[in-house]
Design a protein around this ligand. Structure first.
Ligand SMILES: *Cc1c(COP(=O)(O)O)cnc(C)c1O
Length: 350
């Protein structure tokens, strides 16, 4: 039993999970109060009148192979958003425990923690070092209430990859006090290597992966929590048994075969070419003061004319994200589009 389990809420460790209807596909199902009839227009393989298999093995196996981890270390959920929520619920006692987030970063960490009643402690990224993780400041903020530390690499919205050595150093020094959650939603667009392979040695690392961005499957809601088997077992107690719909299982599983992965890599190559083209064109544009380096499928730009830029883009029928806040006073975030969409954006700013 890993020491990481000691960090979890005692009531979740003790919880007896819901017992869903047994999965015995060789038998005719008269045990789950489903209707025996398929509805007209139901083109699914299994039938939408039936509950899906919890943690469907073909999907879990496909994702585990894709991410290069054993299946006991992976839980599939409705996007990484669900994994963030599960971690907060497994590890944080309402009114007692805390999480650390490193802004400017993805807003869901703080929201999920607050919904669970956990305190949110902020340790800003170091803007002077290109929004690097401030390991010493994070460690200085850890106290007896800290359960989770969220780090996003590449980070949204600043687009930079966090230093792998710094993340590993942080995980080691958080032992045995807290879990380091590394959100790798954009890692496929980067030069970086996933930390998932380190979990066997460092069980207080949890990695979040998603099909939403690089695989072009945001609508399928399919994200993975990769963690020590004991952490996966706890999260599995909390996730609703039928979280993943049969429609998602049947649509996504075939795409994880080699042909689907090869096609995904080709799309990423096109996107990276466009990212470089868009970045240099924006850097040359007088409305734009700065284009931050990107390891993701978006660009963070600083502009003293943010309102004008937003209005011009909107007149061209496009929408980009206003991410201005005290830590990013002049910043907008632009998702890299198709070559035609990027041309329209550049034309609107000419
Ligand atoms: C988009 C995004 C996600 C993806 O969330 P899903 O629920 O998997 O769609 C996760 N983390 C970050 C930082 C993101 O920007």
């Amino acid at each position: 039993m890993s020491w990481v389990v000691e960090l979890a809420r005692p009531e979740i460790r003790a919880l007896r999970p819901y017992e869903h209807a047994a999965w015995e596909p060789q038998l005719t199902r008269m045990h789950a109060n489903e209707l025996p009839f398929r509805v007209d227009g139901d083109g699914s393989l299994a039938g939408l009148n039936r509950y899906p298999e919890p943690q469907p093995p073909p999907l879990v196996n496909g994702l585990a192979a894709l991410y290069g981890v054993p299946r006991e270390r992976l839980l599939v959920g409705r996007g990484s958003d669900e994994a963030i929520d599960l971690l907060c619920r497994v590890f944080c006692r309402a009114g007692q425990d805390a999480v650390i987030v490193c802004p400017p970063t993805f807003g869901m960490y703080g929201v999920a923690a607050r919904i669970q009643g956990a305190e949110v402690v902020t340790v800003p990224l170091d803007a002077a070092r290109g929004f690097a993780l401030d390991v010493e400041a994070v460690l200085a903020a850890v106290d007896g209430r800290t359960r989770l530390v969220f780090a996003c690499s590449p980070n949204n919205p600043t687009a930079n990859l966090l230093d792998r050595g710094a993340l590993l150093d942080l995980a080691r020094r958080l032992e045995p006090r807290a879990l380091l959650v590394v959100d790798e939603a954009y890692i496929e667009f980067s030069r970086g290597e996933s930390l998932a392979g380190e979990i066997a040695r460092q069980p207080n690392i949890a990695v979040l992966r998603t099909l939403s961005k690089s695989h072009g499957l945001a609508g399928a809601r399919c994200g993975s929590l990769i963690a020590a088997p004991e952490v996966i077992a706890l999260a599995r107690k909390v996730i609703p048994p039928y979280a993943i719909t049969e429609l998602t299982v049947e649509a996504v599983t075939p795409l994880l075969a080699p042909a689907g992965i090869a096609a995904m890599r080709e799309r990423i190559a096109v996107l990276l070419t466009e990212r470089a083209r868009l970045a240099s064109a924006l850097a040359a544009n007088p409305l734009i003061d700065r284009v931050w380096p990107s390891d993701a499928n978006f660009l963070l730009v600083d502009t003293g004319a943010a309102d004008d830029v937003l209005a011009r883009v909107r007149r061209a029928g496009l929408i980009i994200r206003d991410v201005r806040q005290p830590l990013l006073p002049k910043s907008l975030r632009i998702s890299v589009g198709t070559p035609e969409q990027n041309d329209r954006l550049l034309e609107a700013l000419r």
